[in-house]
Design a protein. Structure first.
Lengths: 259, 324
C-alpha cells in the first residue's frame, strides 16, 4: 500500500462520560505494516481510546475509518470482522475452555458450517470442525503453545496466558492488532520473550500493530512511531528519539520544571 | 481425530439409549412395572428435558434465567388447546407447543438478554409470573379452575422427546456454535472482541431452551387430566433451576443425574408428607455444603469414562514436550 493512504484514520475522536471528557480531539493515522506505540501517564485515556477503536464505547465525536470503511457505531463483533482485533489489559481468556478451543472461538466467524448442520451432524459439520481443529493446531505451533493444546486456558502460567491471548487475537485474522499493556505483570525474562514474539508476529503476519505499554525499554525498542496521550489529548507524536526529548512529554510524566 | 471420536461416541450413545428404552418398554408391556413406576419414569424424563433445556441457557451460555416454568406453561397450554379445542393429533400439539414457547422465548429474550446477571434473573422471573397470571385470567383456558386435558403422554413419547432434546443440545454444545455460547459465559466482552455475535447466540440458546421446555410442557399437560396455572408458579422454576445448579453448572450429565435423583427422592418422599420438604431441603443443603460446584462440577460423565484413554494421550504429549 502507498504511504499516503493510511490503514487507520482517526479524526477528531472524543468521548464524554456525562460531564467528563475522557478523550478529545485525537487524530491518528496508522499506515499498513507500521508498529506504533501509545503511551501516557495513568488515566490519560489510552484504554478508553482502545475501547473506542474496538466498539466497546461509541465515540461521541469524530470518526474512525479503517481501510476506507467507517467503523464508529458498529458493534464490537462487526469491528473485529472488519479487521481490528485486540488483547486486554487484564487477561480475558475463556478460562474453562481448552487452549485450542480459545483459538477456535476466534475462528468462529469464518466457520462455514451452519447451526442447522451442527445440530443434525451433517457431513459439513464434521468437515468444518476438522478443518478448524487442523488450522488451530497448526496455528498454536507457531506460538509453541501446541503442547498445552488440551489444557484449560486458566491453568496456563501467566506468561503463556498472555501469549495465548495474543495468539487468539491474531487468529481472528486482523489487519490491525491492538495490544493493551502486553508486558504488564511480566518479569524481565518474560518481557524479552514477548519482544521476540512481537518480532515473530511482524515477520509471519502482514499486519499493523498499535500497543499501549508502560515498559519504556519495550516501547522504545519495538515501536517505530509513538503517540503520547495526556488528559485525553494527544500531546506528541514521533519516533522514539523525538519522544524521549520532547519537553511536553517530559512534563506530562515528571511535572513542570520549577523556574 | 477428536471429531472422528465424537462421531463414534455419538452413535454408540444412541445405541445405548435405545437399548435402555427397549428394556423399559418390554417391562411395561410385560406388566412388570406398575403404573406408579411408569408414571415416575415419565416424570423423570420430563424433568430431564426441563433440566437440559435450562442447562443450555444457564450452564452453557451463562444467562441466569429463572422463569423457565413460564415456557413450560406456554407449551402446556398451547398443546392443550391444540388437542382439546382444535382436536388435532398429539404430535402436532407437542411441536406447536414447542414452537409457541420458542416464540415466547424470542419475545422475552430479545430485549431482556441485554441485561446481565441479577437483572436478567429478575426480568425472567417477572416473565414467568406474567405467563401464570395471564393463564389465570384467560377464561378460554379455564382460568383458575384449569383446563381439562386428555391423558396422552406415554413412555415412548416422553423417551423420544427426551432423546431428541438431549441430542440437539449435545450436538449444539459440541460445535463451534456451542463454543461461541461458552465463550459468552466465560467472558462476554472478550467473546465480542473475537467476532462472536453475542446477542444472536444468547437469543438462540434461549429460543432452543424455550422450545424444549415447551415440548416438555406438552408432555407434562397430557400426563395429567387437568392443568392449572398454579402448577407453573415460580417454585416450579426453582425446581428446574435446582436440577441445573445441583448437577453442576455447565455439565449436561450433571443436570440429568440431578433431575433423576431429585425426582426419585421427591416421589418417594410423598409417603411422608409432613417431613417431605424438610428432607428434600436437607439433601440440597448437604450436597451444596460438600460439593458447592455441583454433583459433576463442569465435567461430563463421558470424561470420567475416557480417563484411561486420556492418560495415554497425555503421556504421548509429554514425550513430544521433551523433544520440543
Amino acid at each position: 500500500m502507498e504511504k499516503d493512504k493510511p490503514l487507520l484514520k482517526v479524526e477528531n475522536v472524543g468521548i464524554r462520560f456525562g460531564g467528563l471528557r475522557a478523550v478529545s480531539n485525537v487524530n491518528i493515522e496508522l499506515y499498513s505494516g507500521e508498529m506504533a506505540g501509545l503511551i501516557g501517564p495513568n488515566g490519560a485515556g489510552k484504554t478508553t481510546f482502545f475501547n473506542m477503536l474496538t466498539g466497546v464505547y461509541v465515540p461521541t465525536e469524530g470518526q474512525i475509518v479503517l481501510n476506507g470503511k467507517q467503523l464508529n457505531n458498529l458493534s464490537p463483533y462487526k469491528i473485529t470482522r472488519n479487521g481490528i482485533s485486540r488483547t486486554f489489559q487484564n487477561i480475558r481468556l475463556f478460562g474453562e475452555l481448552s487452549v485450542i478451543d480459545n483459538v477456535k472461538v476466534a475462528y468462529h466467524s469464518q466457520a462455514k458450517h451452519t447451526l442447522f448442520s451442527s445440530i443434525l451432524r451433517l457431513p459439513s459439520h464434521f468437515a468444518g470442525e476438522r478443518e478448524m481443529e487442523e488450522r488451530a493446531t497448526e496455528f498454536l505451533k507457531i506460538f509453541s503453545l501446541d503442547r498445552f493444546k488440551n489444557e484449560k486456558a486458566k491453568n496456563l502460567p501467566y506468561g503463556q496466558q498472555r501469549r495465548l491471548e495474543i495468539a487468539r487475537a491474531l487468529a481472528a485474522n486482523p489487519k490491525l492488532l491492538l495490544l493493551d499493556e502486553p508486558a504488564a505483570g511480566m518479569n524481565p525474562h518474560e518481557t524479552r520473550e514477548l519482544m521476540n514474539l512481537i518480532a515473530l508476529i511482524r515477520e509471519r503476519f502482514d499486519l499493523t500493530v498499535l500497543l499501549i505499554e508502560h515498559d519504556m525499554p519495550l516501547v522504545m525498542g519495538v515501536c517505530e512511531r509513538i503517540f503520547v496521550l495526556d488528559h485525553g489529548q494527544l500531546i506528541a507524536e514521533g519516533t522514539p528519539a523525538e519522544i524521549k526529548n520532547n519537553p511536553k512529554v517530559i512534563e506530562a510524566y515528571l511535572g513542570e520544571e520549577v523556574s | 481425530m477428536a471429531v472422528f471420536k465424537q462421531a463414534k461416541f455419538f452413535w454408540s450413545s444412541i445405541v445405548i439409549s435405545l437399548v435402555l428404552f427397549a428394556v423399559v418398554q418390554i417391562l411395561i408391556t410385560g406388566g412388570m412395572l406398575n403404573l406408579f413406576y411408569v408414571n415416575t419414569l415419565v416424570f423423570i424424563a420430563i424433568n430431564i428435558m426441563l433440566a437440559v433445556s435450562l442447562h443450555l441457557i444457564i450452564g452453557i451460555t451463562g444467562q441466569f434465567s429463572i422463569g423457565h416454568a413460564g415456557f413450560l406453561a406456554v407449551g402446556a397450554y398451547a398443546s392443550g388447546i391444540i388437542t382439546m379445542k382444535l382436536e388435532m393429533p398429539f404430535i402436532s400439539a407437542l411441536i406447536i407447543g414447542g414452537i409457541v414457547a420458542a416464540i415466547a422465548g424470542f419475545i422475552i429474550g430479545f430485549p431482556s438478554l441485554r441485561l446481565k446477571g441479577d437483572y436478567l434473573a429478575i426480568a425472567t422471573l417477572g416473565f414467568g409470573e406474567i405467563v401464570r397470571i395471564l393463564f389465570l385470567n384467560l377464561d378460554y383456558v379455564g382460568g383458575a379452575s384449569g383446563m381439562q386435558v386428555n391423558h396422552l403422554t406415554t413412555w415412548p413419547w416422553v423417551f423420544g422427546c427426551m432423546l431428541v432434546a438431549i441430542l440437539v443440545i449435545v450436538n449444539f454444545t459440541n460445535s463451534t456454535h456451542g463454543r461461541a455460547c461458552i465463550s459468552i459465559r466465560e467472558d462476554e466482552t472478550a467473546a465480542d472482541a473475537m467476532g462472536i455475535n453475542t446477542t444472536y447466540y444468547k437469543v438462540t440458546a434461549f429460543v432452543i431452551g424455550a422450545f424444549f421446555a415447551g415440548v416438555a410442557g406438552g408432555l407434562y399437560a397430557h400426563n395429567f387430566y387437568i392443568i392449572q396455572p398454579s402448577n407453573f408458579g415460580f417454585l416450579k422454576s426453582f425446581d428446574i433451576l435446582i436440577f441445573v445448579v445441583l448437577g453442576g453448572l455447565g455439565s449436561l450429565s450433571g443436570s440429568v443425574i440431578a433431575a433423576i435423583l431429585l425426582t426419585v427422592i421427591s416421589t418417594f418422599l410423598q409417603d411422608y408428607p409432613e417431613t417431605r420438604m424438610i428432607i428434600y431441603s436437607l439433601v440440597l443443603i448437604v450436597v451444596m455444603l460438600y460439593r458447592p460446584q455441583g454433583l459433576m462440577g463442569t465435567k461430563e460423565i463421558t470424561s470420567v469414562f475416557s480417563r484411561g484413554q486420556k492418560l495415554k494421550g497425555g503421556k504421548k504429549d509429554g514425550k513430544g514436550q521433551t523433544v520440543a
